[in-house]
Design a binder for this molecule. Sequence first.
Ligand SMILES: Cc1cc2nc3c(=O)[nH]c(=O)nc-3n(C[C@H](O)[C@H](O)[C@H](O)COP(=O)(O)O)c2cc1C
Length: 397
Amino acid sequence: MRAHALQTFYDKRLAWTGDAMNNALLTKLGIAKPIIQAPMAGVSTPAMAAAVSNAGALGSLGVGATNAEGARRMIRETRALTSRPFNINLFCHAPATSDPVREARWLQWLTPLFAQFGAAPPASLKEIYRSFVEDRAMLDMLLQERPAVVSFHFGLPGADALAALRQAGIVLLASATHPHEAVQLVEAGVDGIVAQGIEGGGHRGTFDPDAVDDGLGSFALTRLLVRATNIPVIAAGGIMDGAGIAAALALGAQAAQLGTAFVACPESSIDAGYRRAMVEQPVGRTTFTAAISGRKARGLRNRFTALDDDPQRPPAPDYPIAYDAGKALHAAAKTQGEFGYGAQWAGQGAPLARSLPAGQLVEVLSRELDEAIRALTWPYLPAPIPHPFPAGGQAWP
Ligand SMILES: Cc1cc2nc3c(=O)[nH]c(=O)nc-3n(C[C@H](O)[C@H](O)[C@H](O)COP(=O)(O)O)c2cc1C
């Protein structure tokens, strides 16, 4: 009788494990592992995305800060390195509104900082990249290149763009930081929702940067979205290892999206100061700031984020106009060996980041996930769980 009960439990467990590794989202994305390397504009590279995809997870490229031709080059470079699916990520923020008075005050406030490095701020600021919502050339390029997956941050493009991408056979994902944003994604018919918790690194994907941010953590947000929708949910924010991915799957997510975990990989395009800060930060203290780009983003605490404490700080220009000044200050500081004014985006799990090659990191994450599942089931399943993958599926180590 006891043996029978154990066998039933074992069978259920196997079914659960099988489902976790072979769910609707993974089938749709054409990947074997429930791991997505987060798109990271300015940090992820074709080499990183291809290595991740080649290892059976989903690699991503953030092209939000690039124009259509730059993005096309990145897609082609990635294609030369992998024949597997990968994801192209776009920013869908409301186009910036220029306010010359505000921008002039901002530059005036930054002038003494530039002066420290023997430099002057730019005479004026510009919108350094366009939102996808008004970038027809980018849409045309995507329809020509047809990447397997396209994802959106800060909201969605118009219904026509969504319909055209869907018509081209592209799987569509989008970030949400709150259930009320997820409702809009469900109505728009996306294929999966990235639940971005407050722990996460990089820009908050909130649709309206001026709205009150409830700051939902990954656990609560993932669970809220899993309970509220029947669209696959991808958990993101603070997930750094296999144990974190197992937790996300246990919460009902069909995959986990990891950004900070991949920042220190040798394939990332971060500079030496950012790399040092990632690898050497003993406590990895992070904070949100809007001073660097004009929108709230989480990064390692540094000289730039400390400027938020200045009571004289005027309101920042609109996103991404403020980024023009932020990047210029970082460039000026770097010429004098000061890296503390960089946008060193990272999430709360930063001290757990490993500087392994991206493909190897995916292998390690997979192994850890397997071990975490086994550890949780250990009292009932002393033997390793065999993995009943369908023929032709990727090997699960
Ligand atoms: C360096 C960095 C850059 C990021 N850039 C983007 C981006 O271009 N597009 C996007 O959708 N998300 C971006 N994100 C956010 C991630 O998609 C994801 O929500 C976040 O990394 C999850 O939290 P984690 O960093 O704790 O893993 C970025 C994150 C980091 C760390």
